[in-house]
Ligand binder design. Structure first.
Ligand SMILES: *Cc1c(COP(=O)(O)O)cnc(C)c1O
Length: 384
């Protein structure tokens, strides 16, 4: 295979060499189970304990507030189902947004089946939830607000601070799916009123299958996986030691290099976006003009089918994505694109480029050339 141009960092990221190196001993000689008393167990224990401190430090939390999970989906499921269950005697109403990841939306749908009521807040054209609508949606029965930090499709960053303030004032736990934001933008759970927060290592150059849930010390959260005493008895199962070590190293590096990488990514994204807007006809950029994740470009090409365009881009070695709801062959309009009311003739032509630390200007130039060529082909086909 020739060299790929990877513009799909919201789907997953490569594991950094430093991360692989940090994990290596725990995949080989340091294979101990943390729950054992001898030296091997102690090695694992101290590695995980150190990882917990590093991760806590990166988000301004305390180590006791970090619970390791298998990734973003598990963290979302745990936060939502457990808080809903814990407070059900006080009410069975949950507030979320219409543009959440499916890990959140489907957890909420599951709770609806169990008799909970869920309010899905609408968003404006930029993808923002409204504080007035949030206030209006709150009832005495509301026991959880869950709104994502940064959207995985259109990159919009939600007003987490304001949402959290409203939630605190009303004494309602606030969860945020920050899987796209952690390691990308500065986050402090001390300064921001966040009670629970989900993150996933493979979105910030760590390994797949590991993540964490931050739980503010005052928040009662019941066990999610019952079994042994791991993670204070709340999430049983032998710890994924190499994964946890790798995640901590990945987040440490992401936070350390954030300023530089973010500035670089924003410059590259703006260059890409400017060229898309200046050199193409019938295009619209979706999401918020500036309140957005650094690497995200979500663009709709009028009169084109995203799936066909992505296939042609793939042939040129370019990896991009049609968003979360792309089933092979047919382009379905995603719930996010629908929620921000992109007109139909544009909606089906929506693709997402998500840039990362290793992308270059040459790659953007090559992608622009490929887009020009392939859009001409597709739009000519359309015209016949
Ligand atoms: C990727 C992603 C998830 C799921 O995380 P996994 O670790 O893949 O389970 C959840 N929410 C958002 C916003 C994501 O981008």
């Amino acid at each position: 295979m020739s060299k790929q141009i990877y513009f799909d960092h919201a789907a997953t990221t490569s594991v950094l060499p430093e991360v692989r190196e940090a994990m290596q001993p725990y995949l080989t000689e340091k294979y101990g189970n943390m729950s054992t008393a001898y030296e091997l167990g102690e090695e694992a224990r101290s590695a995980v304990s150190h990882a917990r401190e590093v991760i806590a430090h990166c988000i301004d939390a305390r180590p006791e507030e970090i619970f390791f999970t298998s990734g973003g989906s598990e963290s979302d499921n745990w936060a939502i189902k457990s808080i809903a269950g814990e407070y059900k005697s006080e009410g069975k109403h949950i507030i979320t947004s219409a543009i959440e990841h499916h890990a959140v939306l489907n957890s909420c749908a599951y709770l609806e089946q169990l008799g909970y009521e869920v309010t899905y807040l609408e968003v404006d054209e930029k993808g923002l939830v409204s504080m007035e609508e949030l206030e209006q949606a709150i009832t005495p029965e509301t026991t959880l607000i869950t709104v994502m930090y940064g959207n995985n499709e259109i990159g919009t960053i939600e007003p987490v601070h304001e949402i959290g303030r409203i939630a605190r004032y009303r004494k309602i736990p606030f969860h945020t799916d920050a899987v796209q934001a952690v390691g990308q933008i500065p986050i402090s759970v001390r300064r921001e009123p966040i009670d629970l927060m989900s993150a996933s290592a493979h979105k910030f150059h760590g390994p797949k299958g590991v993540g964490f849930l931050y739980v503010h010390e005052g928040v009662k959260i019941p066990s999610f996986i019952h079994g042994g005493a791991q993670e204070k008895g709340k999430r049983a199962g032998t710890e994924n030691v190499p994964g946890i070590v790798g995640m901590a190293e990945a987040l440490r590096i992401a936070v350390l290099q954030m300023k530089r990488n973010r500035a670089r990514e924003i410059r590259l994204r703006n260059y890409f976006m400017d060229r898309l807007l200046r050199e193409f006809e019938q295009v619209r950029i979706n999401g918020h003009p500036y309140q957005r994740l650094p690497g995200n470009i979500n663009i709709s090409f009028g009169g084109v089918d995203a799936t066909s365009l992505l296939t042609l881009l793939q042939e040129d070695g370019i990896c991009a994505s049609a968003g979360s709801a792309c089933s092979t062959g047919q382009t379905r309009i995603s719930h996010v694109i629908e929620a921000i009311r992109v007109p139909d003739e544009y909606a089906v032509g929506t693709i997402r480029f998500t840039l990362g630390r290793e992308n270059t200007r040459q790659e953007v130039d090559q992608t622009i050339r490929s887009l020009k060529k392939n859009l001409t082909i597709l739009r000519e086909d359309e015209a016949i």
